[in-house]
Design a protein around this ligand. Structure first.
Ligand SMILES: Cc1cc2nc3c(=O)[nH]c(=O)nc-3n(C[C@H](O)[C@H](O)[C@H](O)COP(=O)(O)OP(=O)(O)OC[C@H]3O[C@@H](n4cnc5c(N)ncnc54)[C@H](O)[C@@H]3O)c2cc1C
Length: 396
């Protein structure tokens, strides 16, 4: 049984069901679009979906391959880097709700798959000897399982119920999320823009569909700001080139938000107990910086399928299943920790420039000279964040 139909749970559910393994996917929500979900898929995440045989499914989804990334400090462009930055494919924006709905819809074509939306797991059920044997649903109903795979996200209730500790890394940022109509030039340029300047910093990009601009305003951890839409428009405009600043001011009344997205980063020293495996954000909540979480979740699902499918196809006993759970963590942990360190470094650098006017004042006039060097260093760091730290191959 899998709990949670985010990228980790939905993709693993599909992989198992298509390989003849009986699996129930339990999801608290009845809808996929109930909250903001990231849209950025890096080349290694797209490659994971290709390995799952989902290229035709992907082709039918709304999507926007990015044309590049641009960084500005105090209104001056520091550098612009064109996609695909040496990777096989560009970073692509893809609405997560559409992707998740398509994965679940495809899995439902298998008689081995049971879809259980609108069911919130309340706790774990243990056998007498302590092995986890299922979950408890509302009304004290019990759902038995040979293995519970907790893909219930960064606030994982199953992680807590199992008493599996998490080592959290302090995040230098939280994000306030806004939407507003996109300027036609944003859609045409098709760039992920990072703007740092007086009063703050933000990143923005044209959404994968719907003609909107998504804008994330960076704040310190736990920091909350109260402003009117007009004041927000002015704050955005203060960082933006003139054409975009005018757009922000002209669309002040159509700014939606902010939605506060508190960033949590960490990793569990143990992703498993007898009868239980944590995957995705439940095992390692990811920072939103440079779009890693969906990719890591998809790659977790591939590695888990490689280890579990042969055993579950043969109806192996609990001991054999429990014995491979640490191998899944072992195979994934190095990449996760590397990616989290790279994300933290990137977030910390952006945060430093956001908070230190004297650094921005130094860097902005030097942009024409320093820009190419900063770009070369940035592009080098992106390589592994985009293509993966270790090869991940679906073998089943
Ligand atoms: C602001 C922000 C922006 C981001 N942008 C990106 C991006 O652009 N690209 C990227 O790769 N990553 C991004 N991320 C990270 C990414 O969203 C996560 O890493 C990813 O969604 C993790 O996938 P998951 O399947 O592990 O968990 P989730 O996507 O969190 O899914 C967990 C699922 O479990 C369900 N659930 C929870 N509890 C229960 C329960 N008790 N019973 C039943 N169901 C339950 C939830 O309803 C949910 O559907 C972003 C994160 C944030 C915060």
């Amino acid at each position: 049984m899998i709990v949670g139909a985010g990228p980790a749970g939905a993709s693993l559910g599909l992989l198992l069901a298509e390989r003849g393994v009986r699996v129930a996917l339990v999801e608290a929500s009845r809808r996929f679009d109930r909250q903001f979900r990231g849209q950025g898929l890096m080349p290694c995440g797209l490659e994971a979906l290709t390995q799952m045989g989902l290229e035709p499914l992907l082709a039918d989804l709304p999507q926007r391959p990015l044309a590049g990334w641009s960084f500005s400090v105090n209104g001056r462009e520091l550098f612009d880097a064109a996609e695909p930055l040496g990777s096989a494919r560009p970073c692509t924006l893809l609405p997560q709700p559409a992707l998740l709905a398509a994965l679940v819809q495809r899995a439902r074509q298998q008689h081995t798959f049971a879809w259980m939306p609108g069911e919130t797991v309340q706790g774990l059920v243990h056998q007498q000897e302590g092995r986890i044997a299922g979950v408890r649903l509302s009304g004290n109903r019990v759902l038995a399982a040979d293995l519970v795979i907790a893909c219930d996200g960064r606030a994982s209730g199953l992680r807590r119920a199992a008493g599996l500790p998490i080592v959290s890394a302090p995040s230098p940022i939280d994000v306030l999320w806004f939407q507003l109509p996109a300027h036609p030039r944003c859609s045409a340029d098709n760039r992920f823009m990072v703007l740092l300047g007086p009063g703050g910093g933000c990143s923005l990009f044209p959404a994968a569909e719907g003609g909107e601009l998504q804008l994330g305003w960076l704040v310190g951890p736990g920091e909350r700001i109260t402003r009117s839409p007009q004041e927000w428009a002015e704050a955005f405009a203060a960082l933006a080139p003139a054409w975009l600043a005018a757009h922000f001011r002209g669309h002040a009344t159509r700014i939606r938000g902010p939605e506060t997205l508190s960033v949590q980063v960490g990793c569990c020293p143990r992703w498993q107990q007898p009868g239980l495996l944590l995957l995705g954000d439940a095992a390692h909540p990811m920072n939103p910086v440079r779009a890693q979480g969906i990719n890591m979740a998809l790659r977790d699902a591939i590695v888990a399928a490689n280890w579990l499918v042969p055993l579950l196809q043969q109806g192996a006993g609990p001991q054999a299943v429990d014995a491979v759970l640490p191998r899944i963590q072992q195979e994934r942990q190095a990449e996760i920790q590397w990616a989290q360190r790279a994300q933290q470094a990137e977030a910390a650098q952006g945060d430093l420039l956001r908070r230190r006017p004297e650094l921005r004042a130094l860097l902005a006039p030097l942009a024409p000279l320093a820009g190419p060097l900063v770009k070369a260093l940035w592009v080098r760091r992106q390589r592994l964040l985009r293509d993966g730290f270790l090869p991940v191959r679906l073998r089943v």
